[in-house]
Design a protein around this ligand. Structure first.
Ligand code: GLC
Length: 418
């Protein structure tokens, strides 16, 4: 299995946004929104003391939810580092990256890191339209070349100190980028980051690693964020490896007052929809300043886990199907197993065009109980209690009136060879 196959086989991962902004507890962009000075932000840095940090507990929650990899923000836009980097003193008192990666590996999960290309703390990072000091830029000259070497040195540390890293999420480039309706001045991209050299270094240090597409040169996978692609993703008309990153409540970093949580049912449907379109889902948690995943997020992970315990066979190792799913349904497929996910419960029957010769056996996935099927004579007219025949080649699954008590019912179809 190559790296892309391994990545796609995992399908579901845990994104962790965590840093000093968890102390402010109002989203990881608060410095940008509030134009916070370094001096004012310092109190969050000083009070970031995650005494309850227990990465094994995070990994356990993730793994129980059916997540097969994790990605932690080693540094976010605020520039604060979670590992003992030699490049700056702007870092946590102890290493928070190593224990996280270890906890993932102990659960057999893939190990990933996020690193922000943007840095609102580095003194040589030129002020731009996203920078907290944009309205009142300091007069000191700033040299991006100095920052560029810092960034390369930090990525080198992350890729040489912690063993095999499966994926790297670099975030982000913004030349000509529009933010809140306005083009951002001073946007930065490949020339600023030295992306070609950076990519070459990454390839040399970790040949099996997958890197995302946000450094302004093509990477190994694309990263739709906070929206659900309507079809398998393509670049220049060709299918690409993709991973949607999604929040539970609209915020990446811990956001105390934000109660806008997606339901377990919605999150499960998003996961299914993603796999049905050949994507991965990287679902975020933003642990709090003491290092805990808040109860609302943890409950949702457990809810997803309740579904995944019975249905992971329709997710892990699965991808899109060449069959077209009926209305309100999604298909995923792995070899001769076709999985029909019913987003809405139909009355008594679901018709599957094109599957009459292929369906060998069907069962509910959650309890392994048989689902009966019939092929209705295409020439049969509808009369009184008998329904009309279906289009030739259609097989009809006969369903109970009551759906099973699971977030999304799944029917596992065993296919005969074509
Ligand atoms: C972004 C944001 C951010 C978040 C990320 C996740 O572009 O700036 O805060 O870390 O995407 O994909």
């Amino acid at each position: 299995m190559n790296s892309v196959e391994r990545f796609q086989e995992r399908r579901f991962g845990m994104f962790v946004h965590w840093g000093a902004y968890a102390v402010a507890a109002r989203n990881e962009w608060m410095r940008n929104r509030e134009k916070t000075s370094d001096a004012d932000y310092q109190r969050y840095v000083d009070h970031f003391d995650p005494d309850l940090y227990d990465p094994a507990a995070w990994a356990a929650l993730g793994s129980e939810a059916g997540m097969r990899y994790g990605v932690l923000t080693a540094k976010h836009h605020d520039g604060y580092c979670l590992w003992p980097t030699d490049q700056t003193g702007y870092r946590s008192r102890r290493d928070l990256v190593g224990p996280f990666l270890k906890a993932l590996r102990e659960r057999g999960m893939g190990a990933g890191l996020y690193y922000s290309l943007i840095d609102w703390h580095h003194p040589q990072f030129p002020i731009d339209g996203l920078h907290p000091l944009r309205d009142d830029p300091p007069a000191d000259p700033r040299d991006i070349a100095v920052y560029r070497s810092y960034l390369h040195a930090q990525v080198r540390e992350l890729l040489t100190r912690y063993g095999t890293i499966d994926q790297l999420f670099l975030d982000f480039s913004y030349v000509g980028h529009v933010h809140e309706g306005q083009e951002v001045w001073g946007g930065k991209g490949a020339a600023d980051w030295g992306s070609a050299e950076l990519l070459a270094m990454i390839r040399t240090l970790q040949p099996g690693l997958l890197v995302n597409d946000r450094m302004d040169v093509p990477g190994d996978f694309v990263t739709p964020e906070q929206y659900q692609p309507s079809a398998p993703m393509t670049v220049d008309g060709k299918p690409v490896t993709w991973e949607a990153c999604q929040t539970m409540n609209g915020s990446w970093g811990y956001d105390r007052e934000n109660r806008d949580f997606k339901s377990v049912g919605l999150l499960v449907r998003m996961l299914i929809d993603t796999v049905a379109k050949d994507g991965n889902l990287l679902l975020n948690v933003g642990p709090n300043a003491r290092g805990e995943i808040d109860p609302s997020s943890a409950d949702r992970l457990r809810g997803i886990g309740r579904w995944m315990r019975l249905h992971q066979r329709s997710i892990h190792g699965c991808g899109p199907s060449s069959f077209t799913a009926p209305p309100d349904c999604r298909f995923t497929q792995r070899g001769d197993r076709l999985y029909l996910h019913l987003f809405a419960w139909p009355f008594d029957a679901v018709h599957l065009p094109g599957l009459a010769d292929r369906l060998r056996y069907a069962q509910f996935l959650h309890d392994g109980s048989e689902i009966a099927h019939e092929i209705a004579d295409p020439d049969r007219p509808a009369y009184a209690t008998s329904s009309a025949g279906q289009e030739r080649g259609t097989v009809t699954l006969l369903l109970p009136t009551q759906p099973p008590d699971v977030e999304v019912p799944v029917i596992e179809i065993f296919l005969a060879p074509s």
